[in-house]
Every structure is written in structure tokens, then in C-alpha cells.
Design a protein around this ligand. Structure first.
Ligand code: PLP
Length: 444
């Protein structure tokens, strides 16, 4: 058995170790568990540690994990245990963060569609709120002045405004949130908005933070850092126009892109902090408290999805393997394969890596539409029924975020830890959905 100490995180050997143990333990089974997600919890701890170490100790920073990247409550609870906070953007994520044990002060509430009730709950609990629009700001004014609970006990929430620095798009349009016309935040450069923001802060001493999130996968580090720099400059402008230090904190969002091409965990947090220092040195002056909202970069490379091959065929000369992993767990990859290509590896029924001459094959999912493919013309050792495939780098936004097409059941997600002697231990992060669950959910 491979020695764990020689088995680097994010390595084929380590994934194989986990996969073989999962088959041995029956977590993958051709009849009963044809599909499952795995999260390497040791690798998650190492990633979070690298995040903490990348930011200078002299600055007060809360790293709030973006729950949308993986909202399973046991995952959130583990991240809390590793010293992270939690960024939520819906009532469901809000409830999941509370269920995971986060203190209200560790939670940040972002959403462009916060209802009165959700805002009131956040303000009453003391959860940080980033206001997305002028209308939302008016709603908060109304709640703070008319809601008896908030009159009796002033909110402890850190309240900020999300700004759109309009620094432009990255390579994936749907992931770019700082375009000239983005749906998120208030754009200071739009006609009169900077002056209006200064006045909004002047009139509301409780408005003390600014927030930006330039975008996610596909945004270069310099583009992200430019957006942060514009936000720092705005904070300084507001403070200097008001003649007081009212903006005390900056939430710089998440968005660190993940390398889906190979096993290297690039870009690292350290590299991003260097770009931030270059573009926005005042960020680390000690003048501002910081919040970050990383999601994908915390988990993507620390997880994979495994599925059995049920059938293989050729059609018009095209080799196709029909597996149990498709659009229900790899939604973005299936619908936008050019933007979201993922790596696939081939394994035999024991989980051991398959060797053999690479042959171009399509790796298809089980859904009933022709485009349900996780990889096209991918050179892999020839797949056969009973083999396993692993979809790599799927720890965030994949198996944890299922799509219920064809009423395909949500698979289990397991956490894995590897002891020094190579022993793999599993913990359930989400049990597999059953047909009874599905019928209950769909009125059956
Ligand atoms: C406001 C906000 N913060 C953080 C994130 C997390 O981004 P990522 O997972 O790319 O780090 C997102 C992603 O959509 C977001 O919209």
C-alpha cells in the first residue's frame, strides 16, 4: 500500500487510495451506489491553512466561505472548525450556515434579492449585510426606523454596500460580475452615483463597509485586484469627504480561479495577495478590517466524483461510455463544456487506475438528452462495463449542487481522511437520496 506521507495532496496516487477504499467499504457498488462524491478533508484543511497564512497577520480578516460552492452542512461545519466564516446568498444557505454552527457575526449575507423578512432576520441576529441596490438600502432604512425589535435593540450587523467597480469581464461571461452592465451592486462610475454614495454614507452612520466581487472562474488575478483597488479608493474618498473614518471594512469577495487542467493548485492565495499588494497596497495598511468570500478555490481541487460505467458502445464510429455521472452532478460542464472542461480518469472495478493505449471516447451521463456528456473525444484507456470513472476537481459546485433532471437521485457525498499508514476513513457529508425521498419531494 502506498505510504500516505509519500502521497502528495492532489495526486493520482492519493485519489486512487481513496477510490479503492471506497469500493472496499461498499461506498461505491455497481448495484447500490453507482455514483458518489468524495471530499479529501486533509487536503481541505491544508488549503484553508494556506488561505490563513497568505494574508498578513497584522490585518483583521474573516475568510467567509461562499456557501454556494458547497452548502452541505457538515462541510460548512468543518470549515467553521478550520476558522472560516460563511458567506450566504439565499434563505436556504442562511439556514445551512446557522445549522453548521456559525455565529451570526461570522456570517455575511449577500444576495441581490433579499426580502424584507430575510433582511429583518439578518439585522436582528447581527449577520453582516451587503446591500446590493438603492432600493434595498431604502428597505433597510425602513426596517431600522419602523421595526420594533430593531428599535428596542439596535442591530449589531456590519452593513455595507456592494459596489460594481466595472473593471470588465473575464473569459466566462456568466461568471463576470464587474462588467459595465452587471446585475450586481451599485456602480460608482454611473452618472452621479459616487456623489450619491458619499451622501448615503453621510446620512447613515451605520453604513460602514464596502463590498465587491469582481467575478469567479475565468477572471485574471489582475482584473480582480483592480476591482478591489477601485473599492479601496472609494472607501478612502468617502472617509475623506466625510472627514471621519466611517468606512472601516472592506469585503473583497472571492473568485480565485481554479486550475482544472492538471493537479497543480494554482493560482494560490499567496499569489493573489501579491497582486492585491501591487494594485491596492492600502488594503493592508491596517486601516480596514477585511472579509473574503472564496468558494471554488477552497474546495474544487479537494474533491472528485466517481461513477460506474454501465454500458459501452460505438455509434457512427464514435466510442461512447454510458456512466452514472452526467448533468445531475456536472451541470455546468454538460451545458457549457467549452467554459467548464473537467478531467476524467479511468479505473477498473477495484478503483485501481486503468492502463492501456488511450482511445478517444465520449464519457456520457445517464440523462435522456444527447448532450449529456462530461467529456468528448477524450483519450482514455478503453472503458468497459463495470469500470469506474473519476471526474476530477469537483469538490465545489458539482456533486454538492445537484440538478434534478430526469428525477436522477442525488448521490451520497463522503469525506475522506488518510492516516499516516494509508488507512482511509470516511464520514458521511450527505447521504444518498432515496426513491422514497424523491417521491416525498415530488408529491408522490
Ligand atoms: C458575492 C459572491 N461572493 C463569493 C463568491 C464565490 O466565488 P468563488 O467560488 O469563485 O470563489 C460568489 C460566486 O458567485 C459571489 O457571487
Amino acid at each position: 500500500m502506498a505510504n500516505h506521507q509519500l502521497t502528495a495532496l492532489h495526486s493520482p496516487e492519493r485519489r486512487e487510495l481513496i477510490l479503492r477504499a471506497a469500493v472496499r467499504d461498499g461506498l461505491l457498488d455497481p448495484e447500490n451506489a453507482q455514483l458518489a462524491g468524495f471530499l479529501d478533508l486533509d487536503a481541505v484543511a491544508a488549503t484553508v491553512d494556506s488561505l490563513h497564512r497568505a494574508f498578513p497577520g497584522s490585518v483583521e480578516v474573516l475568510h467567509a466561505f461562499a456557501a454556494k460552492a458547497n452548502s452541505l452542512v457538515p462541510v460548512l461545519a468543518r470549515l467553521r472548525g478550520l476558522g472560516m466564516g460563511c458567506e450566504v446568498a439565499s434563505p436556504g444557505e442562511f439556514a445551512q450556515a446557522l445549522a453548521a454552527g456559525f455565529e451570526p457575526a461570522q456570517i455575511v449575507f449577500d444576495s441581490p434579492a433579499k426580502t424584507r423578512r430575510e433582511l429583518a432576520q439578518a439585522l436582528e441576529l447581527g449577520v453582516a449585510v451587503n446591500v446590493d441596490s438603492w432600493q434595498e438600502l431604502a428597505r433597510i432604512d425602513e426596517l431600522l426606523t419602523t421595526r420594533p425589535t430593531l428599535q428596542a435593540r439596535p442591530t449589531r450587523s456590519r452593513i455595507g454596500v456592494r459596489v460594481n467597480p466595472q473593471t470588465g469581464a473575464g473569459v466566462i461571461g456568466a461568471m463576470s460580475t464587474a462588467t459595465a452592465t452587471s446585475k450586481f451592486g451599485i456602480a460608482p462610475a454611473d452618472d452621479g452615483n459616487t456623489e450619491r454614495l458619499v451622501e448615503a454614507f453621510r446620512d447613515r452612520p451605520w453604513l460602514t463597509w464596502l463590498h465587491c466581487h469582481v467575478g469567479s472562474q475565468g477572471c485574471p488575478l489582475d482584473l480582480m485586484a483592480q476591482g478591489v483597488a477601485a473599492t479601496v479608493a472609494l472607501a478612502r474618498k468617502i472617509n475623506s469627504e466625510l472627514g471621519r473614518r466611517q468606512v472601516v471594512g472592506l469585503d473583497i469577495g472571492g473568485g480565485l480561479p481554479v486550475n482544472f487542467a492538471d493537479d497543480r493548485a494554482t493560482s494560490g492565495y499567496q499569489e493573489y495577495v501579491e497582486r492585491l499588494r501591487a494594485h491596492a497596497p492600502d488594503l493592508f495598511s491596517g486601516e480596514f478590517q477585511l472579509v473574503t468570500e472564496f468558494g471554488r478555490s477552497v474546495l474544487a481541487k479537494n474533491g472528485f466524483t466517481a461513477a460506474y460505467v454501465e454500458y459501452t458502445k460505438t455509434s457512427g464510429g464514435r466510442a461512447i461510455a454510458i456512466t452514472f455521472a452526467g448533468v445531475q452532478v456536472a451541470t455546468r460542464t454538460v451545458f457549457a463544456p467549452d467554459s467548464w472542461p473537467i478531467r476524467v480518469t479511468a479505473h477498473d472495478a477495484t478503483g485501481a487506475a486503468k492502463h492501456g493505449e488511450p482511445v478517444e471516447q465520449d464519457v456520457a451521463g445517464p440523462a435522456c438528452f444527447a448532450g449529456d456528456l462530461v467529456a468528448e473525444a477524450r483519450p482514455l484507456p478503453m472503458l468497459e462495463p463495470g469500470d469506474l470513472v473519476a471526474l476530477l476537481d469537483t469538490g465545489a459546485y458539482y456533486t454538492s449542487t445537484p440538478f434534478s433532471y430526469n428525477s436522477l437521485l442525488e448521490p451520497a457525498v463522503h469525506g475522506a481522511t488518510v492516516a499516516a499508514d494509508g488507512t482511509v476513513r470516511f464520514a458521511t457529508l450527505r447521504r444518498a437520496q432515496t426513491v422514497a425521498d424523491l417521491l416525498g419531494r415530488t408529491g408522490g
